[in-house]
Structure formats: C-alpha cells, structure tokens
Design a protein around this ligand. Structure first.
Ligand code: NAP
Length: 272
C-alpha cells in the first residue's frame, strides 16, 4: 500500500457513498491526503474532524488530486465532469455513479483515465463488494492502485462494462434487499418470543456468517443448506415453508427489475 499512500485522493460529492469511501479509507489505514467536496460544505464537518480536507471547490480539489473519485448522482456526473475536465487531464478518475457508461466520461475528458465502479454501502464496515470496469487507457499500474483502494474497502472484481447494470442491481442495491431479510428474520424472532436485541443480533450474524461461509466454501453452496438440514428435523420444516413462498422468484424478479431500471434511467438522462 506504500506507493498508494503518497497519492492525494479527492472525493467529489461526499454524500452517502463518497462519505463512506472517505471513512472506509481512513478506517482501513489510508494515510495519504484526502480531500472531500460537496456544495453544502458545512455537511462535511464530520469528515473534517477525521483529518479530511474539505471544500466546495471541485476544480481546486481535482487539481490537487492524483486520484479523483466522482460520487455524485448520475444526473450530476457530466455537469461535474465538465467543471473539472481541465484539472483531471492525465489522471485516474473513478466514478461510482450507476448507469453512466464510460464512453460519456471519455467524450468530455479524453485525457483522463476512467473507471466505472459499483461499490455498496458496506464500505462503511470495509465489506463492500465492488465491481469495476476500466476504459482502455487505464494502465496496469492504475489497476494495481484501483485494486488496492477497493481492497481497503472490501472485496473487488474487475468486470466487463456490460455487466455493470446487473452488478448495480445485485450488489449495489443488495444491502437494501438483505436488510429486508434481516428485518424479517428479526421479526420472526420476535414472533417466537425472542427479545429484540437477541432477535436482531442472531438474524444479522447469521446472514454475515452464512455469507462468509458461502465465500469460503469449496463446492456448490447448496451443500451448506444440506449441512443444516437433518432428515425429519427442524430446518426442513422451515425450508418446506420457504420453498412454497416463491422467495427465490421474488429475489430474481427484484434484481431483474433493478437491472432494467438502469437502462430506463440512462434513457431519461439522454445517454445510450
Ligand atoms: N447509495 C448507495 O448505496 C450507492 C451504492 C453504489 C453507488 N452509488 C452511486 O453513488 C453516487 C452517489 O450516491 P449517494 O447515494 O452517495 O448520493 P448522495 O448521498 O446524494 O451523494 C451525492 C453527493 O453529491 C453532492 N453533490 C451534488 N452535486 C455536486 C457538485 N456539483 N459538486 C460537489 N458535490 C455535489 C451532494 O451534496 P451537495 O448537495 O451538498 O452538493 C451529495 O452529498 C450515485 O451516482 C449512485 O448511483 C450509490
């Protein structure tokens, strides 16, 4: 990480995700200079307290940076890019914006090297899954830095750009779906008489632990289910209920709908 520590990272649009990137980097031991911007700079006080340089001046912040994150909403991206285009020439620029294809960044600032990324809010606990696609000018050295940054923030994978909408729908929005599942399990715990804290902790840790198990498991993850399912036991009673509930189809539909929505947003932005 040492060479990375000499880079100045600017995060333009330090809201939910931009702020989480800044906090995640600091929590993960990043010791280089970090600059965070947003128009309402007074809302950056918390980050300032963490040693972050704060400003509303995107141009100056981009000028000072070695690596620039763009974390504004998709409809603000090209406006911000137009504003900073002369300050990012020759620099690595990582956007977290959903739906905006790399070619549109390149059109505005052909001299910059762009990465389209999709982290999720678990950056806050350094457990994001971040997928990213690179433009053709991104160098192997850049890729090494990108990987190191995203590994501070969780797990990452470079993907072809054609997968970015689906990844947005699955892992970008995923914490929303999993929260529903954790909440439902918590209420299930209440239904069978558990105290609230115990219900929440047992639900959340079960999701966390099963996720970890799935990541480290050698073989098909169905085998994890088999490990908990004793013939004639308690788990099969519950699984029987779940299989009748179309829970799988509901999750598949949710991700499919969110993927389709990416295209609709792009059309509304006038992008192809
Ligand atoms: N939220 C998620 O879970 C998530 C996950 C993955 C990717 N993303 C993507 O990340 C991007 C940001 O999402 P978000 O949820 O973090 O939104 P957000 O909380 O609204 O953050 C965007 C920030 O951009 C700032 N901003 C707007 N215009 C600006 C400008 N001209 N100059 C500087 N700052 C400006 C806003 O603050 P001011 O109004 O004070 O300027 C706001 O704090 C989106 O493109 C989204 O697709 C989000």
């Amino acid at each position: 990480m040492d060479d990375l520590m000499e880079d100045t990272i600017t995060v333009i649009g330090a809201g939910v995700i931009g702020g989480a990137i800044v906090k995640g980097l600091i929590k993960g031991g990043y010791r280089g200079k970090i600059i965070a911007t947003r128009r309402k700079a007074e809302k950056l006080k918390e980050l300032e307290g963490l040693g972050v340089h704060i400003t509303s001046d995107n141009v100056k912040a981009a000028e000072e940076a070695d690596i620039v994150f763009i974390c504004v909403k998709p409809n603000d991206v090209l406006k911000v890019l137009e504003e900073i285009k002369n300050s990012i020439s020759g620099k690595l620029v990582i956007s977290t914006a959903a739906t905006v294809p790399l070619k549109h960044y390149k059109k505005v600032a052909p001299q910059a090297r762009f990465v389209r990324s999709m982290p999720n809010v678990a950056i806050l606990v350094q457990e994001s899954f971040t997928a990213y696609a690179c433009d053709n000018d991104v160098t192997p050295e850049d890729k090494e830095k990108i990987r190191k940054i995203f590994e501070i923030l969780g797990v990452c994978q470079e993907v072809e750009e054609k997968h970015m909408d689906a990844v947005t729908a699955l892992s970008g929005s995923g914490p929303g779906y999993i929260t529903i599942i954790i909440e439902a399990l918590m209420y299930a715990g209440l239904k069978v008489g558990l105290p609230r804290d115990l219900a929440l902790q047992s639900a959340a840790q079960t999701v966390l632990g099963t996720g970890k198990l799935a990541m480290e498991f050698h073989g098909h993850i169905t085998a994890i289910k088999d490990m908990v399912t004793t013939p004639g036991g308690t788990t099969i009673e519950a699984i029987y209920e779940l299989e009748g509930s179309q829970i799988r189809q509901a999750l598949m539909r949710a991700v499919e709908k969110a993927t389709e929505k990416c295209q609709k947003i792009r059309e509304n932005l006038g992008l192809r």
